[in-house]
Write a protein that binds this ligand. Structure first.
Ligand code: ZN
Length: 370
């Protein structure tokens, strides 16, 4: 084993460049996890744990509240030619760091690492105990998720009253997230030679009412904890037919329902079963939604501190993030981090470095009141 890289923690941009330049495509996070573990292990105010390529560091100040700051270490694959090492471009406030991982989500990780080093030292005592969670395997199938593994192996390490995920939000607060459920809705018919089609029953024709229902469906908008979530119900696939001269005996429409955090997963499934009553309905994929949890006192203090600096209002999160995994553990969570989410995974991935300071300062103001 080689010695872990030394991370420059005193300057946010240097730190971000250093952690981006240690490639960590999903499955290959060990070198970065080693460097993160070494940096945090050097801080006398932190207790550090390692689980696979996840690193958890905790303060033990005896506060009655605990805040979790979390981020994934892995990235999607590099471009060809590779978009690493990083490069800095532009001037002053417009400076941008280009390269894989700068947005998703090493900018957020850099902010959290800098805070981990700073907060808990003399003169920077946080109002809550802090847990930093840096984990592997976020950008791949969820069965590999490092956060899921931690929740199984060491749920005690993830315990907390409120969590902030540093995923890119352009320094806005995005609360909760929508749930998603995918179902296969199948119609049955009777196969026949298409030359004698009256002897059969066409299952594709039988799917017409399903498509009519979907095209006429009016998705609701639901307010949850003060944020407005917009649902969606869509056919995302259709298949049927085995040959150009056969009346098909089965047709399957794949439907994806994105639902607001006002519904549980079971209620979302029930809604689909009622809509498609009379058809075969099989759930193929499902993840629960997460409430934004902004009514929690700790969350309210967080929102106030951030809005003081950025002026924006909290927004709902569309799409699914690990916020929902914290919600499953009973921990209200939000996304808040530097970087434009539209540039995540993009070939021209890059972050305005000024956003790192904005996020760090807002979190610091909340956590130490300075
Ligand atoms: Zn991410």
């Amino acid at each position: 084993m080689t010695d872990p890289a030394t991370l420059p923690s005193s300057d946010l941009v240097d730190l971000l460049a250093a952690i981006c330049d240690i490639e960590s495509v999903s499955g290959d996070e060990a070198a970065l996890a080693d460097a993160v573990e070494a940096l945090l292990g050097d801080q006398p105010h932190l207790e550090v744990h390692r689980d696979g390529d996840a690193v958890v560091a905790r303060t033990t100040l005896g506060r009655d509240r605990r805040v979790v700051l979390a981020g994934h270490l892995d990235t999607v694959p590099l471009t060809d030619p590779p978009n690493l090492p990083t490069r800095l471009a532009g001037e002053g406030d417009d400076r941008e760091l280009w390269g894989r991982g700068t947005v998703d989500m090493k900018a957020g990780v850099a902010v959290m690492l800098a805070l981990a080093v700073e907060l808990g030292r003399p003169g920077a005592a946080p109002v809550a105990d802090l847990t930093y969670v840096f984990y592997d395997h976020e950008e791949v199938e969820e069965s590999k998720s490092g956060l899921k593994r931690l929740a199984r192996n060491r749920p005690d390490l993830l315990a907390g009253d409120f969590a902030v995920l540093g995923e890119p939000t352009s320094a806005d607060i995005e609360g909760g997230c929508q749930g998603t459920i995918r179902v296969d809705v199948t119609t049955r018919g009777v196969a026949a030679h298409s030359a004698r089609s009256w002897r059969g029953e066409n299952a594709i024709h039988g799917a017409a009412p399903i498509l009519t229902l979907l095209s006429g469906y009016e998705a609701v908008q639901v307010e949850v904890d003060g944020l407005l979530y917009r649902e969606g119900l869509n056919a995302v696939g259709i298949r049927g037919g085995i040959a150009g001269n056969v009346v098909p005996d089965a047709c399957t429409v794949t439907v994806n329902y994105r639902f607001a955090p006002s519904r549980t997963l079971a209620e979302a499934e029930q809604h689909l079963r009622e809509l498609f009553d009379g058809y075969e309905v099989v759930v193929t994929d499902a993840s629960p939604a997460a409430r934004p949890g902004l009514d929690d006192p700790l969350a309210a203090e967080f929102v106030a501190a951030v809005l003081d600096r950025t002026g924006g209002a909290p927004k709902p999160k569309y799409g699914w993030t690990d916020v929902a995994r914290f919600a499953e553990l009973g921990i209200p969570a939000v996304n808040f981090g530097p970087g434009d989410a539209l540039l995540a995974h993009a070939d021209d991935e890059r972050v305005r470095v000024a956003e790192l300071g904005v996020c760090r300062d807002a979190l610091r103001a909340w956590l130490v009141g300075a």
